[in-house]
Structures are given as C-alpha cells and as structure tokens.
Design a protein around this ligand. Structure first.
Ligand SMILES: Cc1cc2nc3c(=O)[nH]c(=O)nc-3n(C[C@H](O)[C@H](O)[C@H](O)COP(=O)(O)O)c2cc1C
Length: 362
C-alpha cells in the first residue's frame, strides 16, 4: 500500500517543486481549520473505541500528529480520571475524551475532564443535552458532537458546539441508517461556521482528500487503528480484523419491529448468528404469555452486555462483539500507529498533488 515516490520537476524560475510538496501544501490548506481546532499536525481523529481507545493507542495517535480520543464508555469518574492522567503521562500532545450522553454520571464525567484540563470533549450517543453543552463550554473545553442530519447540525452550531463529526453507516460500532457519502453531500455544503470531520468507511488517504475537497475540515477513523502495534486489542481480535473483508462487517439484525435493536456494525460470528435465534426464542416466550413485553425487550437489549470487552480484551472472537467498520477489508497487518497516519497523509497529499494540475501546469 506504499505510494509512488514523488517526482521532481524544474519550473522556469529554477526552483524545484516536488509533487509531494505541492500536495502537502494543498492538504495543509484544506484541513487548516480542523488542525487549528484540534491543535494537531494532521486533522485526523482517532475515533473513540470502547476498550480499545485507552492510554496506549490514544497517546500513540497524538504522538504521531493525529488526535487521540479516550473512550470513556461505561467507566466511572475515578477510572476516567486515572486514564486521562495515564494518557497525559505518555504524550504532551492534545487528546480528547469521548463521553456517552446516556451515562448516568455524565455531569461528573465532564467535571473530571475539566479538572484534568482535557482540551476537547466529544459527546456521543444521542442528542447532547443543552445542560451538558453549557457545562463543557463554561468549563473552557472545546466541544465536538455527532450529527446524523442537517437539521441537528444547524441546531448544534446554534448551541455553540465547536466542531461536528458526521459518521456514516459504513462505520464500526453503533450506526445510523445513512451512508457517509450521502451525509457528506447533505451536510458539508451547508455547514461552514465550524469545522466538520467525516467518519465511517475511511481506509485510505484519497478518500480523506475527497471529503476535504467537499468541504470537510478533517476526518475520524476507528477501524484502521485497531490493529496498530500500540493497540492493546487481543491478538485474536487483531487477527480477525486482518482476515476480514468489507462484507464481513455487517449490522446486527432486528427480527421484529416491536423489539427494537440499535444497529451495531460488527464482524459476523457465532455471537451474531445466535443473537437472531435468541431474539426469536424471547419473542416466542412473550407470545406464549410467559414474559411481559418490557422484560422481553430488556432480555434482547442485554444480550450483548459485556460482549465487546470479551472480544477485545479476552479474545473471544466467536461469541464476543467484533465491532468493526467496512474499512476492515483495508486492514492488512499489524503496524505502528505512526505508519498508519503517515500512509493516510501521504496518500492524501499524493492525490491532491495530481488534482492540482501537476508540475507542468505551474
Ligand atoms: C471496536 C469499536 C468500538 C467503538 N466504540 C465507540 C464508542 O465507545 N463511542 C463512540 O462514539 N464511537 C465508537 N466507535 C466508533 C468510532 O469512534 C469511529 O467513529 C468509527 O470507528 C469510524 O468509522 P470506521 O470504523 O469506519 O473508521 C467504535 C468503533 C469500533 C470499531
């Protein structure tokens, strides 16, 4: 997956201009707003991944010039505080914390981030409450939020959010119904007030460059970082990623609209097949009057409890939750985080240098 080495041309004034210098300058200009917001060399966010995005991967991404984000997930305030401190000990570069808005201790978690002087907070998992937005902003941190639709994006801009992430259904983990390409077309032309980062299905720098040219200020990738050398994911989890093709990363199946299931994109395994049979069994018990509707819904909801931890940490790739995006097909080896970021940047710069007209057009 190496890029062709840049060619060197000699314009009339005698100054040598390399293709990659032109591409790098164009890239720097395209994602300048994203870099300014994050305070990084590259506007590449490492999307928070529960159990994976801890101190080692987060600091490695930030040290490589990107922006690492700690996944708070279900951590409580004390654990989160310890994780932030441990990450800060591994990098002097900026990094952020991703908090799930449904967390029962959201306010306290925001305070923990502020006490540790975390510069950026990402609020994920639903529409961020006004109170939480105000808490982050009053505490002096920058706030990034997800927006799955233009209307919400406009509202979040009005609420004073500093940056938006638009994530399409190609992504790993919990997903919405719309693809990255469609979201980008719907939202990017209309939101200019604040930087927008595109996520979901990104595996190569050319795609990053394409979204930057459409008006994005940066990107966010998760799946591609799972197999970095610094990631603590279990070797079996990484092996499954390296073996998987795009088509193996599929959304969870809901068998009955009365029993809603939030779609999660993951590598298909015995756990996902059993989930379908399990839903049928629970629904049959409900129909026979053996359990209440609420109880049945809860049983289905709880099926995956602890399953991501079992896969990522314990290596249970058969029954655990193998959250992965479609870009998993582009994960081909374990390699240092800096190599992944370096490759994305050089691919983006290389394609931008070509689109710029090439050396002869100078
Ligand atoms: C294993 C895994 C766990 C994830 N956990 C979270 C999470 O806890 N919070 C969150 O906001 N997003 C989570 N995501 C989504 C990522 O932050 C990121 O937006 C997504 O991976 C980008 O799409 P990509 O996988 O195609 O690169 C997770 C993704 C993966 C693959």
């Amino acid at each position: 997956m190496r890029c062709t080495p840049p060619s060197i041309s000699m314009p009339a004034d005698g100054t040598p201009i390399t293709d990659d210098r032109r591409g790098a300058a164009r890239l720097a200009a395209l994602w300048a707003r994203g870099r300014n917001l994050l305070g990084t060399e590259y506007a590449i966010m490492g999307g928070a991944m529960s159990w994976v995005s801890e101190r080692n991967l987060v600091s490695a991404i930030s040290n490589a010039g990107g922006f690492g984000v700690i996944a708070c997930g279900s951590m409580g305030p004390d654990l989160l505080g310890a994780e932030i401190a441990a990450t800060a000990a591994l990098t002097s570069k900026p990094f952020g914390v991703n908090l799930i808005t449904m967390h029962p201790e959201l306010d306290r978690l925001i305070d923990v981030c502020l006490e540790h002087r975390v510069g950026h907070i990402v609020l994920a998992g639903g529409i961020p409450p006004r109170k939480a937005i105000a808490r982050v902003k009053n505490g002096g941190a920058k706030l990034l939020c997800f927006s799955p639709a233009l209307g919400l994006a406009r509202k979040l801009v009005r609420d004073g959010v500093d940056g938006l992430i638009i994530e399409g259904m190609e992504a790993g983990g919990h997903i919405g119904p719309v693809s990255t390409g469609v979201l980008a077309q719907e939202i990017l032309p209309h939101i200019n007030e604040i930087p927008v980062f595109v996520a979901g299905g990104l595996g190569r720098g050319e795609a990053v460059a394409m979204y930057l040219e459409m008006g994005a200020s940066g990107c966010q990738l998760g799946t591609r970082f799972v197999c970095s050398s610094e990631s603590i994911a279990h070797p079996k989890f990484k092996q499954a990623f390296i073996r998987a093709a795009a088509r193996d990363a599929v959304p969870t199946v809901q068998v009955d609209p009365a029993f809603p299931v939030i779609p999660v994109r993951a590598i298909n395994n015995n756990g996902s097949k059993r989930f379908i049979a399990f839903q049928h069994e629970v629904i049959a018990r409900f129909r026979r009057g053996e359990i209440e509707l609420k109880e049945a819904q809860l049983e289905i909801e709880h099926y995956w409890a602890g399953a991501l931890r079992r896969a990522v940490i314990e290596g249970d790739v058969e029954w655990g939750s193998m959250m992965a995006g479609q870009s998993v097909g582009m994960v081909q080896r374990e390699e240092p985080t800096a190599a992944i970021i370096g490759e994305l940047v050089s691919q983006a710069a290389a394609v931008l240098s070509l689109r710029d007209g090439g050396p002869a057009a100078e």
